[in-house]
Design a binder for this molecule. Sequence first.
Ligand code: SF4
Ligand code: SF4
Length: 429
Amino acid sequence: MADFEVKAYPELWKELDMDVARFDKARQMLGSAYAAMYLSQQNRPAAMAYFDNMVAEIHGGRVRELMDAKKEGRPVVGTFCVYIPEEIVVAAGGICVGLCGGSQGSIPDAEKILPRNICPMVKSAFGFKAGKICPYFQAVDFVYGETTCDAKKKTWEILDRLVPTYVMEIPQMKNKRDKVLWLEEVKGFKQKVEEVSGKKIAADDLAAAIKVINGKRGALQRLTRLRAANPAPISGKDALLLEQIAFYDEPVRFAEKVNVLCDELEQRVKRGEGVMPGDAPRVMVAGVPMALPNWKVHNLVETAGAVIVNEESCIGTRYFKDLIAENVKDMDGQLDVLTERYMRIDCSCFTPNNERIEQVVKEYRDSQAQGVLHYSLQFCHTYNVEEIRIKEACQKEKIPYLSIESDYSPEDVGQLQTRIEAFLEQIRG
Ligand code: SF4
Ligand code: SF4
């Protein structure tokens, strides 16, 4: 598929007040990177065609859908973190869209304003808005920020000058009194969404939205279970792409397409057919989210002949491992179970965060992995410090382990490649 390209929508971009000439270059680069990293893979499932098309339409087709929703008065909310209760946005008829922060291209825009020595994800996301080079950022009614890490919570104050940014306070501990605060914050967020949409959310709306988002998370859980088969029926790169698309596609359609893919993968597993040979080393990635188009580590690992079988990450299992009970029918009860579900997310911003240490070992076993690759972004203090405990847990369980701290630049690729190859040798024994 050498003729693959991310489609251009210059009229739409103009309408969104974007830097069209610059963005068009980024579009071409994304298309080439995708063709090189994705379409060169052998033996991809046929149902990946839908997701290839989602990438081709990333700068137009889906954006047009958001604009149409806005014309109908439906709110479009930009997010950066899995702590946003997206069920509330969906209950108001709105759309949640994850804003990309995985590209080196927007970092120089951010560094004109923000300090250089903060996390690349924050800089990349901020740079997309500052440089007017992301149609999603231009389309949103408001951005939802949260008080998870320091880099983010202080960036919201600056971002608010460019786009309305609503900040929800996320406590850093999980005691009873934190739940009280959290629940109040969820109620405040609901009120904000109601104000923007002009629609009062009823219990029936929220029940329906919980079902929709559970459906999306459930489909991703099914995909994760299938990846535990040996040989793995799908590459880690393709699975990561799905986990990234989960943040911007329409949730019902997305779940349907993931289930179609899973049907195909089930057949592969029955036939014992894999995307790589059965003796390919199986690696689980744990750590910070890999926002689109951050495919760097997956590409390096899989190009070296291994397969990634799980992402213990927010763009991964942390986003979909927990569902919300569907049998609660009154609004207070629903908000309560919703808050409890969000409190189970084990981000390193919490202290203590024992759940995550246990979860990494559990997911390692469930995914039939043979080694853990911990991935942190530069200057992400919480994940970088928590890595000490993850390493200790892996050592205790005698799990082959590699820790990588990186950014989005290509500069460390050679060095990472050498370390990854040595790690895979260790797994191969
Ligand atoms: S790592 Fe933490 S702060 Fe970042 S998206 Fe996940 S939950 Fe949010
Ligand atoms: S990777 Fe770390 S520093 Fe970066 S946004 Fe997430 S929690 Fe904050």
